[in-house]
Ligand binder design. Structure first.
Ligand SMILES: C[S@@+](CC[C@H](N)C(=O)[O-])C[C@H]1O[C@@H](n2cnc3c(N)ncnc32)[C@H](O)[C@@H]1O
Length: 355
């Protein structure tokens, strides 16, 4: 048994038999011990039963003892008995009482605590450095060569929300994300980094009318990003594209935003999602969200986001496409065509679509 920890069950009663039935064979105890001399030499569920004092033949560092008793009031006395044999570490409890079991689980986690995160964002170090230029008081970015705040990219918590959402939905099979409004590509790299986690073959198409320098060109291994330089309204797309997640964050005028929805929503799969930034700040974008809210094919929720604008938060709307049947989207000529920021009043769609 060199190199492998010896696994001992303390308590060779009916409860041990029950536990053994539920255990995979690779996890099986090496032997059991019991204070009842009548059980010594017997087997329980295929595991031999020995006197408790046999434990001392083995190195304590190399041993895990699992207390398996139905009577939880006996646990402390057994722990004391093990302590008297020099065994304190590596003592665990398998209990019929869920509370005791959970308490033991937490105690074991505490014993082994470390500083590692589960699901720590798997970001290139350059992106982490970029995020450090985020000024959380204003929600803008303070770049090294600029003495003013830059508000072009989504806020860091929004970027991280995009990352988390891709992980959240990864199980639904995401293979294509399409984004309008790349700018320097902060939202792009957050989406692309998460996509790499859920599907190494997934592709992110990102469209911008400008060709700015891009974060994703400064990091290696982001060949899952395809930059399309042109207007979102008419740039060429790959043939037969089916979009799993559509991210809209380009011009913010009603004309461009609605035309993006009219062009890309039919390419979005049913059960797919649309993410729209700046929906509370720009009424021109908010009117598009209002139409989605009124359409029974979609579910919509809007969150405030941290950036401080004089007239309120930029906002992020998350839209789920529940159906492709009926109720097509349409261009409403009565709506503001250009960008219109919200002023003193609540955002457009929180006042109702017809206002
Ligand atoms: C708010 S920024 C995008 C920020 C980016 N999503 C991020 O979070 O890092 C908007 C971008 O949309 C682009 N844009 C404006 N009109 C566009 C259009 N018709 N088609 C494609 N991109 C457009 C702008 O050049 C600008 O880079």
């Amino acid at each position: 048994m060199a190199g492998k920890k010896i696994k001992v069950a303390f308590g060779a009663g009916a409860f041990l038999e029950h536990v053994i039935k539920e255990m995979p064979s690779c996890e099986m105890f090496d032997f059991a011990v019991d204070n009842d001399i009548n059980k010594h030499g017997l087997t329980v569920g295929g595991v031999s039963v020995r006197p408790v004092t046999d434990i001392v033949q083995y190195s304590k560092e190399n041993m895990n003892v699992w207390i398996c008793v139905i009577d939880n009031t006996a646990i402390n006395a057994i722990k004391e008995q093990l302590k008297s044999l020099g065994i304190v570490d590596g003592v665990h409890i398998i209990s019929s009482d869920h509370h005791v079991q959970l308490g033991d689980a937490l105690a074991r986690l505490k014993e082994n605590e470390d500083n590692q995160d589960y699901g720590n964002l798997n970001l290139p170090s350059f992106v982490k450095s970029f995020e450090r230029s985020y000024d959380c008081k204003s929600g803008g970015y303070r770049f090294p060569n600029e003495n003013y705040l830059n508000f072009a990219c989504v806020e860091v918590p929004v970027g991280r929300f995009y990352y988390a959402l891709i992980l959240l939905l990864g199980g639904t099979g995401i293979s294509c994300v399409l984004e309008t409004g790349t700018n320097i590509g902060y939202s792009t790299i957050m989406l692309a980094a998460a996509l790499k986690e859920v599907n190494p073959r997934a592709v992110l198409y990102t469209i911008d009318i400008e060709n700015f320098p891009h974060i994703f060109d400064y990091v290696q291994d982001f060949d899952n990003v395809v930059f399309l330089n042109g207007s979102s309204i008419n740039v060429d797309l790959p043939p037969d594209i089916v979009i799993d997640i559509l991210v809209i964050d380009s011009d913010h005028s009603y004309t461009v935003c609605m035309n993006e929805l009219l062009r890309f929503e039919p390419l979005l799969k049913v059960d797919g999602y649309i993410l729209m930034h700046d929906t509370l700040y720009y009424n021109s974008v908010g009117y598009c969200v209002a139409q989605l809210k009124d359409n029974p094919r979609f579910e919509v929720i809007t969150f405030e986001t941290p950036r401080i604008h004089a007239s309120g938060s930029p906002g992020l709307s998350v839209i789920r496409k529940n159906s492709a049947n009926g109720f097509p989207l349409y261009f409403d000529d009565s709506k503001i065509k250009e960008k219109e920021c919200r002023t003193g009043q609540p955002p457009a769609f929180r006042r109702g679509y017809m206002l």
